[in-house]
Design a protein around this ligand. Structure first.
Ligand code: SF4
Ligand code: SF4
Length: 294
């Protein structure tokens, strides 16, 4: 089984549009949206959901009033100001509670329960290009790395049960915990960038992260024609660091039109950009196969 991950050092480089096009071109992959904080691949792929699950992680303190003697210990010990005291019994503010369990441990009456916390939802569905796994963390919730790991595990099981040989994942932006959780065990990361100073800076950061985790990377330059000097710099950086440039896409308003139509660009239009995406996908598959075989 091969795993290809599409990454970018930041949002807004066209990563999801590119992933949707590759999903269309592969037509035999389990599709996975690992951007659990702000998923949007489903807006293009429009999966029919067959299974919806709650994601619970960590926990939060809940005071049982019947046992509480209002001694005030929990309020004194909570460093996060999560125990709200008043005239009656104290209660825990679930938004402030960090789940450290100190109050649970020190309550003299054993009056505080620690209950699992629902942090988000994850789903399995069917798209016109193949099965899809995606998720959404609830606003303000953490543990995105754990949810990413869970999605990847589900995607692998799905690929196994359906005898599919490729998992194609739209990765989270940035270089934080969810990205780190995304990279282990992948065969290839495709780094989508654009020719701006911040584009190069973010590319350097995510390329470093891939190197650190020994994940072979390849670069796709989006909107290469908007800034020739910026594109030259990216090519130079890739050459110096031995990272293959697998494709260059021109600025193309069809990306937005396709997204508005709920389609991948390669479905929506058959122009120059679609042709370049096809060539790029061919190169990525070759790289992923070579690396999976190595
Ligand atoms: S420490 Fe326990 S008994 Fe004391 S106020 Fe808190 S919940 Fe009530
Ligand atoms: S679990 Fe920790 S953060 Fe939550 S109320 Fe208890 S002491 Fe405060």
């Amino acid at each position: 089984m091969r795993e290809v991950l599409i990454l970018s050092g930041k949002g807004g480089t066209g990563k999801t549009s590119v992933t949707a096009a590759f999903a269309h071109l592969s037509c035999d992959a389990v599709l996975c949206d690992l951007d659990v904080d702000a998923p949007d691949l489903h807006l293009i792929l429009r999966p029919e959901i067959s299974e919806r699950n709650t994601f619970s992680s960590g926990g939060e303190a809940v005071i049982r009033e019947q046992r509480c003697t209002n001694c005030g210990t929990c309020g004194d010990l909570c460093r996060f100001g999560a125990v709200l005291t008043g005239d009656s019994h104290p209660r825990v503010d679930p938004i402030r509670c960090e789940g450290c369990k100190v109050c649970v441990h020190f309550c003299p009456e054993d009056a505080i329960d620690f209950v699992p916390r629902d942090c988000g939802e994850w789903s399995i569905g069917r798209t016109r290009f193949g099965p899809m796994v995606h998720a959404q963390l609830f606003p303000g919730e953490e543990n995105s790395g754990k949810l990413v790991a869970l999605l990847r595990q589900e995607a692998k099981q799905l690929a196994k049960s359906k005898e599919m040989s490729l998992i194609l994942s739209d990765g989270p932006p940035g270089i934080g915990c969810p990205v780190i959780s995304s990279v282990s065990g992948q065969d290839t990361a495709v780094l989508v960038t654009e020719p701006t100073p911040s584009g190069l800076h973010d590319l350097e950061r995510v390329a470093q992260l891939c190197r650190h985790f020994r994940l072979p990377a390849a670069v796709l330059i989006n909107k290469y024609d908007l800034n020739e000097r910026g594109t030259q710099r990216i090519r130079g950086y890739c050459k110096e660091n031995d990272i293959p440039v697998v494709g260059e896409l021109p600025y193309d308003p069809s990306f937005v039109d396709a997204m508005v139509a709920g389609q991948a660009l390669t479905e929506y239009a058959d122009g120059e950009t679609a042709g370049r995406l096809r060539d790029t996908w061919r190169r990525i598959q070759q790289l992923a196969s070579l690396r999976a075989a190595a």
